[in-house]
Design a protein around this ligand. Structure first.
Ligand code: T4K
Length: 380
């Protein structure tokens, strides 16, 4: 089969852009009231829509997910040690470090790629104050087991739900679990505000505190805490409102793309799908696969290289493990013997291009390149 490289790069993700015209009336509103930031009307409308969509009483917007997560930890007054996963984006452990909290890495389970509850239990010490789980690729953590452990040991639970916008378990929105969840609204996310984040929570008592931490710690004229500037501006909120109108169509398109991938790549020895359990509604954020080199015929890295030759830029999310970085590798919990599954998965996992604009022809070509490489590698 003769295949030629794509003229333009096919990236792993592509921002969802609403029709430009849909933004104009919103921008006119901003111009006419001359209110550009600081909890303006566009942000307030978007917060209401998000609260409804995410199934939560409170949804607060932030200028990005990392600041939102850092503030969430501060709002819960977490200290000492917090148990987390090494298989995530750097923002997760960094949000702990910015709060002077020591991340304690525990291993993941090889199916969901999220925290292994048995490992959490074993890592609890008198210094542990919380668990920071990541619904990686939008696949839910073992929320029931984590809740049980947390309530038994009196720990707070925060979920980094950066990838989990729209994830539901048995129709229950993912925001219902844990004390606080953070959803990233970065341009690469299905729903986005170019940069942005949102915190969801249930506890009424957290409302004022989180609101104030987002706004320099101010409560009226009082400086009530050491807050920061976490505010989203009105232009981005307006963009968010326009993007919001497109997300259902985008989800449907991605659902279709997912089923094409499943169809084309089914039954390839050594290529495993990382999929959510049957009772979970997907966030349709990424399309992760796992390459078992022994059976597939070549490594994940060789596959990425091959795709690159055709101008397909697949990403090795999340390589390297956060625990392997210089900033965390000195921690006892970061040792490879403590994290055997994570160390295996980080060599095998990658994300294929996945966004609504991908056409069937492109998906077919991506899959043909993968299949060709598999067949030729086994022949060698
Ligand atoms: N927790 C987790 C588990 C996370 O994954 C993240 C962020 C966070 C917390 C923190 O949330 P934020 O503070 O970001 O809200 C990207 C994103 O920047 C980051 O938001 C995301 N996770 C991470 C997984 O991916 P990079 O360095 O891979 O982005 P970049 O620029 O390489 O973009 C990825 C691809 O998207 C590019 O190859 C091309 C395409 N792209 C990107 C941008 C920005 C576009 O086509 N247009 C664009 O405007 O981090």
């Amino acid at each position: 089969m003769v295949m030629t490289p794509f003229d333009k790069p096919i990236y792993t993700t592509k921002p969802l852009l609403p029709p430009l015209e849909s933004l104009i009336p919103r921008l006119q509103d901003i111009w006419s009231c001359c209110w550009l930031t600081n909890d303006g009307p566009q942000s307030q409308i978007l917060e209401k829509r998000l609260a409804e969509y995410l199934g939560t009483p409170h949804a607060y917007l932030f200028n990005n997910g990392t600041v939102a997560l850092t503030i969430a930890l501060k709002a819960l007054d977490l200290k000492g040690e917090v148990i987390t996963t090494p298989f995530t984006f750097a923002a997760t452990p960094h949000s702990l470090s910015w709060n002077n909290i020591t991340p304690v890495f525990v291993d993941i389970d090889p199916i969901s790629m999220t925290l292994d509850p048995a490992c959490i239990e074993a890592a609890i010490t008198p210094q542990t104050t919380g668990i920071l789980g990541v619904h990686v690729y939008g696949i839910p953590c073992h929320v029931e087991a984590i809740e049980k452990i947390a309530s038994h040991h009196g720990l707070k639970v925060i979920y980094d739900a950066a990838h989990a916008f729209g994830t539901c378990i048995n129709n229950t929105p993912i925001s219902q679990y844990g004390d606080i969840s953070m959803f990233s609204l970065h341009a690469t996310k299905l729903f986005h505000t170019a940069e942005g984040g949102v915190l969801t929570f249930h506890d009424e008592n957290l409302k004022k505190h989180i609101y104030s931490l987002r706004n320099f710690g101010l409560m009226g004229d009082e400086i009530s805490s050491i807050g920061t500037n976490g505010k989203l501006n009105e232009l981005q909120a307006a963009l968010g409102l326009s993007v919001f109108e497109c997300i259902n169509v985008e989800r449907e398109k991605r659902k279709q793309i997912k089923s094409y991938y499943y169809e084309y790549l089914n039954d390839i020895e050594g290529l495993h799908f990382i999929r959510e359990p049957q009772n979970v509604e997907s966030s349709y954020q990424y399309f992760p696969i796992r390459i078992d080199a022994k059976h597939f015929g070549c490594t994940r890295d060789e596959l990425c290289e091959k795709l690159k030759q055709y101008n397909i830029i697949a990403r090795r999310y999340f390589y390297p493990l956060c625990s392997s970085s210089f900033h965390y590798s000195h921690l006892a919990s970061a040792s490879s013997t403590n994290l055997p599954i994570a160390h295996q998965m980080v060599k095998e996992v990658m994300c294929l291009p996945f966004y609504g604009d991908l056409n069937l022809n492109t998906i077919e070509q991506i899959c043909n390149i993968i299949i060709d490489l598999h067949i030729n590698s086994l022949r060698r």
